[in-house]
Design a binder for this molecule. Structure first.
Ligand SMILES: C[S@@+](CC[C@H](N)C(=O)[O-])C[C@H]1O[C@@H](n2cnc3c(N)ncnc32)[C@H](O)[C@@H]1O
Length: 159
């Protein structure tokens, strides 16, 4: 996580906060709490995140339409970190989530996806439609099963 987040740069948006495992890792980079926003659709989990992470803004809302809810505004975020179950989503959902995320990301900003699949969870047409590029960033072996981390960037930022 430390390689993906600069604690002195712009805000970070986490999608699918769940029980807060990734939230803890993001804060461990030294990112100030008021520069992290966490999106969680489930009301109970959102409440628990709110209680457990004082100073972090928790947004109970679907990631598919998050732009209007994100306080940082368009083009401001240094990174979007996703623990969403992307493999379970339809192409339409995936495209909506990535479109919203890239509206919020600053130029050069990356969408970082954690997944239990060793393969990219994104559908190829979605990536092509949005003119994005995917790279495998690493594997976390201490997870059971191991988690793979993918970075998604605008093609224009990688060429
Ligand atoms: C695999 S879990 C989260 C893993 C997380 N890193 C953790 O430590 O628990 C995925 C989370 O995404 C949330 N979620 C699923 N679909 C969502 C959506 N469309 N928008 C926002 N959150 C969603 C689920 O409620 C769940 O808490």
């Amino acid at each position: 996580m430390a390689a993906q987040i600069d604690p002195n740069a712009g805000p970070v948006l986490e999608l699918g906060g769940g029980t807060g495992a990734l939230t803890r890792e993001i804060l461990a980079t030294g990112l100030p709490r008021d520069r992290l926003e966490v999106v969680e659709i489930n009301q109970q989990l959102a409440r628990e995140l709110h209680a457990g992470f004082h100073g972090v803004r928790i947004i109970q809302h679907p990631a598919e339409s998050i732009c209007e809810q994100a306080a940082g505004g368009e083009g401001a975020y240094q990174a979007v970190i996703s623990g969403l179950p992307m493999l379970a989503f339809t192409p339409v959902q995936q495209e909506a989530i990535l479109s919203e995320a890239f509206r919020l990301l600053a130029p050069g900003g990356a969408f970082i996806q954690f997944t239990y699949s060793p393969r990219s969870p994104f559908r190829r047409p979605v990536i092509q439609n949005l003119d994005l590029r995917i790279e495998r960033i690493g594997t976390i072996l201490r997870n059971v099963p191991p988690a793979t981390v993918f970075g998604v960037r605008r093609a224009a930022d990688t060429d």
